[in-house]
Ligand binder design. Sequence first.
Ligand SMILES: [Zn+2]
Length: 499
Amino acid sequence: MATNAVLDVPSKPILLDKNQRANLRKGFYPALVLLKCLNEVCPQKYSQKSSDSPPGPNQSPEEMFHTLVNKLAQVCDTHPKGDTVTALAVIEHNGRICYIMASNHRGTASMNKARAGLAAVLNILKCNLEGETPVSDKVAGERLMRTILELHTVRVRAYLTSFSKQLQECIKRCDDNKPEGKAAKEALEGLVSTIPDTNKDGQKSDGYISATIRCIKTIQQTRNSSLQRYIEARSVEDNRMAKGGSWSILQHVSGRLLSYQYAVQTLVHAHHIWADTSLFRDFDIASVRSSGPYPAEALKLNPEPAEAIINRAPGYNQTQLEPYRQHASDLERYGINAKLEDMYSQQLDPVVHAEMLLHDWLSRTEHGIQSHRFFLNLQYIGSSKPPCRLCQEYFTTISTPVRFRSGHPNTYLNWRLPDMYVNNLKDEAAIRGEKSRWGQTLGQMRSRVYAAVLRVLEEKVSEKKALDSNTYSERITGIKDADRLANWLEKVEIRGGRS
Ligand SMILES: [Zn+2]
């Protein structure tokens, strides 16, 4: 197994020219800043999205594979705050199975660590399949859990800190004059006692990791209890408020901790399901280099009021825009222009988001995104977090056949298009072609951002969701229909299968 590859696009990058930089500075980013601002100031509509729901009990084999890929991406997303958000695909590369990953914003050292971490996890499964005395699923699961928690020390610490804080808040808010409130309070206090003590053990020590595992198991045990129903009912009340309150954050963060248990469960099931392929036996791990910074000149935005940005909406004349300007002035009661000013003062540092980066690398290398390049012909790019609004819009714009997780409606200012490339920097026709494609895609993205701006202005309801990772975690819950799976595996061409 090779884990030392950092892959670049095998052609030459073209730098942004003056017009393109102006296009970003005056056309695209101001519209995006306004959209972000509107989503911040307008009240949120709450709806339970399908991607937020617990997994269906009858996942198809394709869905099981998607779940596996997402869980492996989660293994690589070791730190909070977004830099290590990871996209992952299983492809055939140089005639071998290759796990290929890309992250939002990772340097070489961090990327090397991520590949080594993924290798450690996959090797547990490999050893179990190829060793003379395979261990039980329980033992394999424990090994996986320890390895993953060790890789995720920083993230788990952040979850546990928030879990502890929200538990304290929620305990205060239990109505212990009523029997159900009193019972919930006691159960929450029981959960507090399971939180590992950072002072007692080092965070990578066996003791600390064992305590974390016990804490996660206790969370799992509460899932079907009256406490869970109590938390869920309070979370629904929380979600009707503009900002998520303690109950919904508690529900979310306990869901994130529990997701480790589901990741492990998924990996253990998956190594049985695909035991006869080379998926966990003979593979490479590679990563795509994260994108570089944009030139400062492309990002030097000129602060302006909402009305000025609205006036440049493509495809509308000034008369048509009049009602939208009125909507914007109505939104002054939410302090829209003060919020805009505040956003203009933030330093932009856009990156190519992980799933777009990986998609772009695949598109620009031999065999592109054709189905035969993917394991079992499944054109799928998984990710540790659901794709953001702009990434989804981008994939719609370029009409890719590749599938992704269902996304969330939030937008980020630090989003950008992939770089442009040509094989030969003296090939002017190729450069013109590449720049024209870039311009068209940016134009379409800009129109989509404006369409969202006008919609929010009209409805005055934000499209934003409070937490952009899922509270409920997908997982492979077991093979309900082994025959159906066997038939499916026979039908698809198993690439890289053992011969
Ligand atoms: Zn994105």
